[in-house]
Design a binder for this molecule. Structure first.
Ligand code: ATP
Length: 234
C-alpha cells in the first residue's frame, strides 16, 4: 500500500473528531472520502499531511511511519495537497505561486515544470502575470492543483475538488483529474458530487462521525441507494 492509515484519532483541543479511522490507498489508486459536512474528512486530510498531530493511530507512506512528521517533510516525500479554500497567495502572481512550489525532487522521472503545468491548464498560461486575487474561483482551483503538481506528488489529496465552481469548470477539473489518474498518480478526492466522484475514484470511504461507516467500489456505491440517502444526502 502507498498510504495506510490505521486507527486514527484526532481532536481539536478537548473536542475529539476522529475515532479510530482507517483508510488505505494503493499505488496509482484513486479513492474518495465522502460524507456529510463536519464528519471529519478535512480533519483526516490534515492528520495525513502533518497539519494536525494525531492523538492515536498510525499513518504509513510507502511503509514508513509519517504520523507526527512536519508538513514540509511530507511534501518532499511526495504528499501533495490541494487544500480546502485553495489557499493560493493573493499578492503573488500566478507564475510566482507556481514557481515557489517547485520541488527539488530530482528523483521524479517526469518532473512537473512551469511549462508542463501551463500545457495542462492553458488558462493559467494566459494568467501568468495576474495576481492571485484577480483570479476566478475556477482559475484559483487550477492554480492550487498546478501548485501541488509542481511538488511532483506521488499522492495528490484534493480537499473539495470542485466545491463552489461553475458547472463548466467543474467538468474541466474532473476531466483533468482523470488525465492525472491515467498517468498513474494516486489521489484522495473529497467532493460532494457523488456521481463525479464515482466516475473518477476506484474505491470510496464514507466518513460518519469520525469513523469509516462504509467502503466499496463505484458500482457498489451507486447501487446502494439506501446508504446514500441516509449518509450522503445533503
Ligand atoms: N480548527 C478547528 N477547531 C475546532 N474544531 C474544528 C476545527 N476544524 C474542524 N473542526 C470541527 O471538527 C469536525 C469535523 O470537521 P471537518 O472539517 O474535518 O469535517 P468535514 O467532513 O471535512 O466537513 P466539511 O465538508 O464541512 O469540511 C466539525 O465538527 C468541525 O466543526
Amino acid at each position: 500500500m502507498l498510504l495506510e492509515v490505521r486507527g486514527l484519532a484526532a481532536a481539536y483541543g478537548a473536542s475529539q473528531v476522529l475515532f479510530g479511522l482507517s483508510i488505505d490507498v494503493g499505488a496509482g489508486e484513486v479513492i474518495s472520502l465522502i460524507g456529510r459536512n463536519g464528519m471529519g474528512k478535512s480533519t483526516t486530510v490534515k492528520s495525513i499531511v502533518g497539519m494536525l498531530k494525531p492523538k492515536a493511530g498510525t499513518v504509513r507512506f510507502n511503509g514508513e511511519r509519517i504520523d507526527g512528521q512536519p508538513s514540509h517533510r511530507l511534501a518532499r516525500m511526495g504528499l501533495g495537497l490541494v487544500p480546502e479554500g485553495r489557499r493560493i497567495f493573493p499578492n503573488l502572481t500566478v507564475r510566482e505561486n507556481l514557481v515557489m512550489a517547485a520541488a527539488d525532487r530530482r528523483a521524479a522521472d517526469d518532473p512537473w515544470t512551469l511549462e508542463r503545468v501551463i500545457a495542462f491548464f492553458p488558462r493559467l498560461g494566459e494568467r501568468l502575470g495576474n495576481g492571485g486575487h484577480q483570479l476566478s474561483g475556477g482559475e484559483q482551483q487550477m492554480l492550487a492543483i498546478g501548485r501541488a503538481l509542481m511538488t511532483n506528488p506521488v499522492l495528490l489529496i484534493l480537499d473539495e475538488a470542485t466545491e463552489g465552481l461553475a458547472p463548466v469548470i467543474r467538468e474541466l477539473i474532473w476531466t483533468r483529474l482523470a488525465a492525472l489518474k491515467a498517468t498513474g498518480l494516486a489521489m484522495i478526492v473529497i467532493d460532494k458530487d457523488i456521481e463525479a466522484v464515482a466516475a473518477l475514484a476506484d474505491r470510496h470511504f464514507v466518513v460518519e462521525k469520525g469513523e469509516i461507516l462504509w467502503t466499496g467500489s463505484s458500482g457498489e456505491l451507486m447501487a446502494d441507494t439506501a446508504m446514500r440517502a441516509l449518509y450522503l444526502a445533503v
